[in-house]
Structure formats: C-alpha cells, structure tokens
Design a protein around this ligand. Sequence first.
Ligand SMILES: Cc1cc2nc3c(=O)[nH]c(=O)nc-3n(C[C@H](O)[C@H](O)[C@H](O)COP(=O)(O)OP(=O)(O)OC[C@H]3O[C@@H](n4cnc5c(N)ncnc54)[C@H](O)[C@@H]3O)c2cc1C
Length: 507
Amino acid sequence: MKAIIIGSGIAGLTAGAYLVREKYEVIIYEHFSEIGGVTATIHQDGYSWDIGPLLLEGFAPYEKFGKMLTELGIYEKIEIMKEDRGQSFPDFQIWRPQKYEGPYWRRDYLKKIFPEESEGLDRYYKFYDYMMSVAYLGNQLPFVKGVKAIGIKLKLLFKFLKIRKFKDWSASQITDYFFKDQKLKAVYLGILADMVVKPSEFFGLGVPFTNVETAFDKRIPIKFKGGKLPVYHYIKNGCGELVKVLADFITENGGKIYTNNKVQKIIIENKKVKGVELENGVIVDTDLILASGGMFNTFYNLVGKEYLSDDFIKNIENKKLMESVFMVHLGINFDPTPSQRAALCYYYLTYDIEGAIIKMRERYYHEGAEGFLVYIPSMHSPDMAPPGKHAVTIYTVGPHKLKEGTWEDRRDEFADKLIMEAEKIIPGLYEGSETKIIMTPDDFKKRINVIRHSFGGTAPVLGEDNPPHKTPIEGLWYIGAYSESGGGVTGAAMGARDVVNRILKKE
Ligand SMILES: Cc1cc2nc3c(=O)[nH]c(=O)nc-3n(C[C@H](O)[C@H](O)[C@H](O)COP(=O)(O)OP(=O)(O)OC[C@H]3O[C@@H](n4cnc5c(N)ncnc54)[C@H](O)[C@@H]3O)c2cc1C
C-alpha cells in the first residue's frame, strides 16, 4: 500500500489524492523547488501569473474535473468563475455582443461576414448540437457504474452510428465539408495552431469540442435538449490555487510531497519495480510507481531502453509532440481593459493554420507575427496585481528548438518583439511595465525536467496512440500529458484517476 509518484503536476497530484483516499502511503517527488508543474502560478513584485492553462474546461459540477473534485470532497475549496474569450482575425473580430443575442449569435454574425456560407453554417451548427449531446454523455460515463453505464454506452453507440462516416476524417476535411472560405475555416481551426497540430492531422469529430460556443459567450444557457453544455472557468487567483487544494488534501491525509527531489532512476529487477533512486543517491523501496513527466526522460533515462521492446521504443520515437511556448509576463501600471474587453483574447494574424504549423515544425519562430494571445488574469482576480495595476501575459507558440540561434541568446530580443506586437492591441505596454518575466521553451524544459518541451504533451493526431498507462514493467504506471490519456488539465487528471482505479482493481 505504498506508492511513489514522480512529478507534482496535475497528473501526479490527482493520482496522489485518489491514492491517499484509499489509504495508500503516498510519496510524491518533485524535482523543481515548487509544486504544480505547468499548472503553477508564479509571483513577482506583487503580481501573479499562470505559466500554463488559462480558461479551463471541465470544471462545472457535471463535467469531469468538477466530478473528480466532488468525489474527493474538495469542490467547494476552489473558487471558479465562468468566463468567455475573444477571437480576433486580420479582417474581423468575434466578441460577445454587449446584449445577449441567443446561443447561435456567432453563427448569425458569421453569416453576415460570409453570406455565401449561410447554408454551410446552418449544417455545421446542426452537427455541433449533435456533438454537444455526445460530449455530455461522454462526460458522465466514467462516473457511473452497472446498468447506468451500460445505458450511456448504448446511447453513445447509437449516436456514433449517425456520425460514423466522419470517424476517420481530419479537421481539414470536416471544415471543407461545411465551408468554402479559408477565412471562415480558420475561425474553427485556429485553436489547433495553439496546440500545434495540423488540421490535416487532428480528428475532425473534435472540431466542435474545441469550439464550444460557451467559450465565446458565458451567457449561453448550459441546459439544452441533449443535456448540458461544456463551460469554461477561470480559477480565482490562478491555477496554483487548484494545485494547493490538491496538495493540501494529499498531505492532510498523510501523503508526503518532497520538492527539490529529482528521481534519477527507476530501479527494476526481473521486469518488476523495486524502487527509485533520487539524484542525491538515496534509494527508496516500493513496488508501485506512477511516473509523470516527459516520455523520453521517463522511458529512456529513468527506466532504460534495455527494459523496453523495439515496438514500444518505435512508438515513442514516432510520436508527434506539440511544440513549445514563448511567454512574457508583465506587471503594468495602467488599465488595459479599454483595449481588450475580456481577460483573454486570441489574436490570429494568419488564416493559413496548416502552413503556420508546418513552418513551426521546421523550427521557424514567427516572432509573434502569425499570432499570440493576451491574457489579463487580474481582470477576473484583482489580487493577482497590486491595487490599480494589472498582470498581463502575452504568449505564443514557438518551436522547442530554434532554426537559428538559441532561445537563451535571443530571449530579450524576442520578448521585445512580442511586446511590440501586443502594443498594437494594448498601447503603452512597453512603457507601462514595471516588472517582467520571460519564459522560453528552454526555461520550461528546465522547470519541468523534460528533454524536449511540448506545451501540452503529445499532439492529438488521428490514428496515433500514446504510451499506455500500464507499462511493460510490473508496478510501473505512466501518467500525464504524454501518456495514454493525453494532455490538458482535465485529460491528464482523468488519466491519473483511471490509473488509480485500475490499480485498485489489481489489473
Ligand atoms: C502555456 C500552456 C498553456 C496550456 N493551456 C491549457 C489549457 O488552456 N487547457 C488545458 O486543459 N491544458 C492546457 N495546457 C496543458 C496542460 O496544462 C498540461 O497538459 C497538463 O497540465 C500536464 O500535466 P502533467 O501533470 O502531465 O505534467 P506537468 O505539469 O509537466 O507535471 C510533471 C511534473 O513532473 C516533474 N518531474 C518530471 N520529471 C521528474 C523527475 N525525474 N523527478 C521528479 N519530478 C519530475 C516536473 O517538474 C513537473 O512538475 C497548457 C500548458 C501550457 C504549458
């Protein structure tokens, strides 16, 4: 009943919480000086910023993360705020109207911009409604058992039959099916640029899930005839609050979390886990390990290729990973809200999402010229900045390694360029900054101890499987953004919960 968890990101903490609930003796080792992985909130000069996720899905009581927190009895301990975001393109902007105009205002607004696409938009939104009812059932399934689970599975199967023809379609095929204009397609494909997955690789049935209408207008009623819609929340005072709540639950239930403790080897004997060796040479025995973190480090360094089959290694080698991010966090001494109406807006500066991703995979960094986002967390959580001031994050995706030069050499130059791009939206950012933190892909790499940084783990690509939770080594489970569950806060946490359930079933 002793488990060692490697990593205190959302996957490690979720696994830890579920295991202490089952009275396991839990030890979490975290190599960095602070817990939380990419869900940490950082602080400087009275300002706070999130280094990872911003507007989160899955936190309503009927959604997966909400249900997990309820199961653990800690849902009330975090304060969440339902919100939405803006979307900006070179020729038009999509902001929720001042006065609520119904659940389909985006469809009607887009019809005005693209009148020749009216019929396609109507067809898309029928498809969208259908997929939302699928999402609702999918959210419930992991939390029910017996007859209820069978009932939901049957309903899902029945629903799937109707959309079966789209099963192997890519996101490009889906948008081509509904729309003609590249600019309109970019409205629905733009988010894939953020994930650095090509529209021709992403699964088409995922398009509605990455473009839920409530993300653009929080006033849309959650109830609809197919169930309840996914909704988006900020965590008050940042994601670090969620980290704290989970960590407190673990330690209050006897678990231990050690920071500045890097695991450098997983000790294996006869293909079974025997313990871990820490960087300081200390060896800790256990027959159960849940490892999160990068897949190259976990499997090549901590485990060792000699314990893995050629097929297992080949799968890892062939996996497509997301790229990284370049971030500038600013503390500013003025009110930016006249320039940006909501805490978050994505500014897309190209309509060629596929082309932008191809270039990025060739290690070309666009320096902000192809798009970025601006996030002002102090708009929803005023305590994240001193009174009358604001915390601002500007970030964009970037290759994990540059084609020319290094991130370290070019960090200040790139930060200035990104601020200049954002100045076009919020004038005065440069002059009005009183503190700044730059985070390059190399900084992320060091902070979360990965060999190759990918901001969300493996890229969700059609027909590809991630390394499984259950590894070829007895007693070693792999969790987190690079594992079977895939990335995302809710995805990685659900994967960890699933692994604990499988451990309890002695699988
Ligand atoms: C900028 C950014 C924006 C994002 N936006 C969103 C979003 O909007 N919505 C969303 O759902 N998801 C988003 N994500 C993705 C999501 O945050 C991640 O997929 C998820 O949080 C990963 O959790 P994890 O526990 O698997 O990994 P991590 O958070 O990376 O945690 C792994 C932990 O393991 C530790 N570790 C690694 N190796 C060792 C070792 N050998 N010994 C000890 N400790 C070790 C690391 O230090 C780290 O703390 C975003 C991510 C980033 C970076």
